[in-house]
Design a protein around this ligand. Structure first.
Ligand SMILES: Cc1ncc(COP(=O)(O)O)c(C=O)c1O
Length: 465
């Protein structure tokens, strides 16, 4: 057994070597058409075992053919790049394979998670009464906040289910998990009020207030507001301070979904974007988005830990056999067996310090500024996003962004996506890889310029749609 793991780790290292070289030489893996997938790589599972060379060569092939999300040309989603100390922590977490449910199973790893939660809580400005956990991602963090808010409004719902018309509020530009979570929590998708946003994509707090007043006059029960710190497309920050005043006035739970932009918490230069976050009831940010921590690492905090316990603790005599709920973290999580998603953030944080994390955030915003200036300085480009955002939304000449992004992918040039704000579509460049420099960002634009020049006739234009 010991030899097996040693040999497999040798194989792992050799595949990693090949992968890292390939990532430099071919930052975009050649796209495999779905119809060719099973022809190009042997994915079939069979009764007989694969002979060792066949197994090894297949595995290598599979790894090299997979889209490279940490390469310099991956801008497709809100994660990318890698911090080596975070990778180290995550690999160790895989090897250790603890479940974070109890102190008995994970020992000092509980301390790792609690230390991060304590530090993040003090950065937010919550008191020592706060509590938190590491859900599987931003969607799950948002879900947990909704459940807690629902139960806080009426604790009986835990036993009897919902019998009242509860209403929740979120901007029309918030993440799609809000709608799904409304459905999962029994609130119902029809009971989400999508509040208008202003012309910069931020929630219009006047519309929020009016919508709440209208709902109250109809006998509905408002209970929850989601404010977004970094909207998924434009990277806009809702005005938390103003929204928090409305929540206070109407006694509503305020959750701040900072999955994309909440890590500004670490930076003295950019923390003002979440001014008022200390008045929120819950908050989350994804270390796997801006900080280069591998998927997934989402940090979820609740101002009052009693609220977290009320919704998520449960008796289980087969599980909780030693220690108390303070150290048996399963009492505050959704999952029973829960992967250790905190060690990777801890190894990075320990290695580079809080200042190092702040530097990553400041660096990403500087890169975003560089990209924005590039767009603003050329009449061939049109900018749709705003200052102080890590998303740079733009169009180039008259090219249709949907067609252009798809062709850049099909021709293995760039991994980049498009987005919409209102009826406007555009290319969305996201600054997520802190290994990139201005050189790679310039290269990104040059690839678009060169590709459109060579393929002008085959790319749709906005007017020719
Ligand atoms: C604002 C916002 N909230 C929540 C999420 C969901 O996070 P996750 O992908 O970790 O579930 C995203 C993902 O892009 C997001 O942009």
């Amino acid at each position: 057994m010991l030899d097996d793991i040693r040999n497999d780790l040798k194989l792992f290292n050799s595949i990693v070597e090949d992968f890292l070289i390939d990532e430099q030489e071919n930052p975009i893996s050649k796209k495999i058409d779905i119809i060719d997938l099973y022809k190009r790589i042997d994915l079939k599972l069979e009764d007989k075992p694969a002979v060792s060379e066949e197994f090894t060569s297949n595995l290598r092939k599979l790894v090299l053919a997979t889209p490279k999300s940490s390469s310099k040309l991956f801008f497709n989603q809100l994660f990318g790049g890698r911090h080596s100390k975070a990778i180290l922590g995550d690999l160790l977490a895989v090897l250790l394979n603890n479940s974070m449910a109890t102190y008995k199973i994970s020992g000092p790893q509980v301390g790792v998670e609690k230390e991060i939660l304590k530090k993040v809580s003090s950065l937010i400005g919550y008191t020592d009464n706060s509590g938190g956990t590491f859900p599987t991602g931003g969607s799950m963090s948002n879900f947990m906040s909704l459940i807690i808010a629902r139960d806080k409004k009426n604790l009986e719902i835990r036993n009897k289910g919902i019998r009242q018309e509860f209403i929740m509020y979120s901007s029309e530009n918030s993440h799609y998990s809000i709608a799904k979570n409304a459905s999962f929590s029994g609130i119902g998708r029809d009971n989400v009020r999508y509040v208008k946003s202003d012309n910069r994509g931020c929630l219009d707090y006047k519309d929020l207030k009016q919508t709440i007043i209208d709902d109250l006059s109809k006998g509905y029960i408002p209970f929850y507001v989601n404010a977004t710190a970094g909207t998924t497309v434009l990277g806009a920050f809702d005005d938390i301070e103003k929204i928090s005043r409305i929540c206070k006035e109407f006694n509503l739970w305020l959750h701040v979904d900072g999955a994309w932009g909440g890590a500004v918490l670490f930076s003295e230069n950019y923390k003002y974007l979440i001014k008022g976050v200390e008045y929120s009831d819950s908050f989350c940010f994804n270390a796997h988005k801006t900080l280069g921590v591998p998927l997934s690492s989402s940090v979820f905090l609740v101002a009052n830990k009693a609220d977290l316990y009320n919704s998520f603790s449960n008796q289980a005599s087969y599980l909780y056999q030693t220690h108390n709920e303070e150290y048996n973290l399963g009492q505050t999580s959704f999952e029973c067996g829960r992967r250790n998603n905190s060690l990777k953030l801890w190894t990075m944080w320990k290695a580079i310090g809080t200042k190092g994390i702040a530097n990553i955030i400041n660096y990403q915003f500087n890169l975003a500024k560089y990209a924005r200036e590039y767009v603003k300085n050329s009449s061939q480009y049109k900018l749709y996003s705003f200052e102080d955002s890590l998303s740079i939304c733009f169009n180039y000449k008259q090219y249709d962004p949907v067609d252009l992004c798809t062709k850049l992918y099909e021709f293995n040039k760039l991994m980049i996506g498009f987005g919409y704000f209102g009826s406007q579509s555009f290319i969305r460049l996201v600054i997520i890889n802190s290994s990139n420099t201005q050189k790679e960002i310039k290269e990104f634009f040059e690839i678009i310029e060169d590709f459109t020049k060579k393929n002008h006739d085959s790319i749709r234009t906005i007017t020719s749609k």
